[in-house]
Design a protein around this ligand. Structure first.
Ligand code: PLP
Length: 284
């Protein structure tokens, strides 16, 4: 068997939806894992039809296909962390619950995706209920944004105090640790609570602010940092810094919302020399 020299790259599994515009979902997750020197693998919960202007359709994947995909990937035995994103419905969430029950020691970050920024429902009502009851207590970290924290807790969540209240309530509901992300507030404040102390991490609000895929990218960056062996709090702080830079380096791919540049670090490497002049002309 070929034991590659790169065997040190931890493997991270994403279970999420596929956004073909690659700003959010599986594609964003894989780019984020790669940017952290992790090898990303993925199981798709649903295909979405979307571009920079919004989500036009959602086609859920058969739960049994998702189950077989995850089981097959985990059977390779190298996954060091799990990121869970858009699940769309309770049947898909049920598959994820089975996985979490079977692998209770696997660090798992749940981004409780409920709705796209363009307003399309990405998780139905029974899915949300299932997530609340069954998945929240089974993951290492929950990363709701303001709207998702409000949907899960049924509290208004729109400022620092209400973010803290929501974080406390989510812990009461069984979460082990929570980050309520407030990227849309005046200052980009995240509230972290693991049941001991509520902390807030303040970042500057970065333009452009109509970015797409921040929640997916943040949760994936946390999962990658956990796979690399970092402590939860450190993983959260590093993920926030990564997302800030990915927003700072974002560029439009269409007339709508702007996807983060997950691979901005590649732009920081020395530029590859243009070797085209050295390519010999074809001989006829
Ligand atoms: N599409 C997929 C597959 C997603 O997982 C998500 C997000 O979490 C979105 C769309 C929505 O991203 P945004 O809220 O940035 O529009």
């Amino acid at each position: 068997m070929n034991q590659s020299l790169n065997a040190a790259w931890p493997v991270v599994l994403s279970v999420a939806g596929f956004d073909p515009s690659a700003g959010a979902g599986i594609a964003a997750d894989l780019k984020t894992f790669a940017a952290h020197n992790c090898y990303g693998i993925a199981a798709i919960s649903a295909l979405t039809v979307q571009n920079s202007q919004g989500v036009a359709a959602i086609h859920p994947v058969e739960p049994q296909i998702l189950r077989e995909t995850i089981q097959s990937l985990l059977a390779d035995g190298r996954v060091k962390a799990l990121k869970i994103g858009m699940l769309h419905n309770a049947a898909t969430a049920q598959v994820v619950r089975e996985v979490l029950d079977y692998h209770p020691a696997l660090p798992a970050v749940l981004d409780p995706v409920v709705r796209s920024c363009s307003g399309v429902e990405l998780l139905d009502a029974s899915g949300l209920d299932f997530l609340r009851r069954e998945l929240i207590p089974r993951v290492s970290l929950l990363t709701p944004n303001l709207a998702e924290a409000a949907a899960l807790t049924e509290l208004p969540v729109d400022n620092l105090e209400s973010m803290k209240a929501a974080a406390r309530k989510l812990i009461e509901m069984g979460a082990r640790a929570v980050v309520v992300t407030g990227g849309h507030l005046e200052k980009a404040i995240d509230v972290f609570f693991d049941g001991t102390e509520v902390e807030s991490f303040v970042g500057e609000r970065i333009r452009p602010d109509n970015t797409h895929g921040t929640g997916c990218t943040f949760s994936s960056a946390v999962a990658a940092n956990l796979a690399l062996g970092r402590q939860l709090r450190d993983a959260v702080v590093l993920a926030k810094a990564f997302v800030a830079e990915a927003i700072r380096n974002a560029f439009p791919i269409g007339p709508g919302r702007i996807p983060l540049n997950h691979l901005y670090r590649m732009m920081e490497s020395p530029r590859v020399t243009d070797h085209s002049a050295a390519i010999p002309e074809p001989v006829h």
